[in-house]
Design a protein around this ligand. Structure first.
Ligand SMILES: [Zn+2]
Ligand SMILES: [Zn+2]
Length: 68
Protein backbone atom coordinates (compact mmCIF):
# COMPACT_ATOMS: atom_id res chain seq x y z
CA UNK A 1 0.00 0.00 0.00
CA UNK A 2 1.11 3.54 -0.71
CA UNK A 3 1.50 6.04 2.11
CA UNK A 4 -1.23 8.65 2.35
CA UNK A 5 -0.04 11.66 0.40
CA UNK A 6 1.30 14.45 2.66
CA UNK A 7 -0.93 16.95 0.87
CA UNK A 8 -4.04 14.90 1.69
CA UNK A 9 -6.43 16.95 3.79
CA UNK A 10 -9.71 15.79 5.29
CA UNK A 11 -11.09 19.24 4.67
CA UNK A 12 -10.79 18.61 0.93
CA UNK A 13 -12.72 15.52 0.00
CA UNK A 14 -14.43 14.18 -3.10
CA UNK A 15 -17.22 11.66 -3.37
CA UNK A 16 -16.09 9.61 -6.35
CA UNK A 17 -15.92 5.82 -6.54
CA UNK A 18 -12.51 4.22 -6.12
CA UNK A 19 -11.62 2.19 -9.25
CA UNK A 20 -9.44 -0.16 -7.22
CA UNK A 21 -11.35 -1.26 -4.13
CA UNK A 22 -14.90 -0.23 -5.05
CA UNK A 23 -15.66 0.09 -1.35
CA UNK A 24 -18.84 2.07 -2.09
CA UNK A 25 -20.46 -0.70 -4.08
CA UNK A 26 -22.42 -2.27 -1.25
CA UNK A 27 -23.28 1.06 0.36
CA UNK A 28 -26.81 2.32 -0.03
CA UNK A 29 -25.88 5.91 0.80
CA UNK A 30 -23.23 6.04 -1.94
CA UNK A 31 -25.45 4.36 -4.47
CA UNK A 32 -28.16 6.92 -3.91
CA UNK A 33 -25.60 9.65 -4.69
CA UNK A 34 -25.47 11.17 -1.21
CA UNK A 35 -22.31 12.34 0.55
CA UNK A 36 -21.40 9.26 2.54
CA UNK A 37 -19.54 9.60 5.83
CA UNK A 38 -17.51 6.47 5.20
CA UNK A 39 -16.71 6.40 1.50
CA UNK A 40 -14.90 9.49 0.26
CA UNK A 41 -11.51 10.22 -1.34
CA UNK A 42 -8.81 12.71 -0.57
CA UNK A 43 -8.81 15.47 -3.16
CA UNK A 44 -5.07 15.96 -3.66
CA UNK A 45 -5.42 18.60 -6.32
CA UNK A 46 -6.91 19.44 -9.66
CA UNK A 47 -5.97 20.90 -13.04
CA UNK A 48 -9.04 22.25 -14.82
CA UNK A 49 -11.51 19.33 -14.85
CA UNK A 50 -8.98 16.66 -13.97
CA UNK A 51 -8.93 15.82 -10.28
CA UNK A 52 -6.14 13.96 -8.51
CA UNK A 53 -7.49 11.61 -5.86
CA UNK A 54 -6.35 9.17 -3.21
CA UNK A 55 -8.55 6.53 -1.61
CA UNK A 56 -8.15 6.40 2.19
CA UNK A 57 -9.39 2.82 2.18
CA UNK A 58 -6.85 1.19 -0.18
CA UNK A 59 -4.46 4.17 -0.73
CA UNK A 60 -4.89 3.92 -4.51
CA UNK A 61 -3.96 7.18 -6.29
CA UNK A 62 -5.55 8.14 -9.58
CA UNK A 63 -6.65 11.04 -11.76
CA UNK A 64 -10.10 11.46 -13.16
CA UNK A 65 -11.62 13.85 -15.68
CA UNK A 66 -14.81 15.22 -14.14
CA UNK A 67 -15.90 17.28 -17.14
CA UNK A 68 -18.28 14.47 -18.10
ZN1 LIG B 1 -9.96 2.32 -2.77
ZN1 LIG C 1 -20.85 4.85 1.38
Amino acid sequence: MLPIDPSADKARRAWLPCPQCGDHEDCEICRSGRTCRHHWRYLLGNVAHVVHLQCPNCTHVWSQDTSG
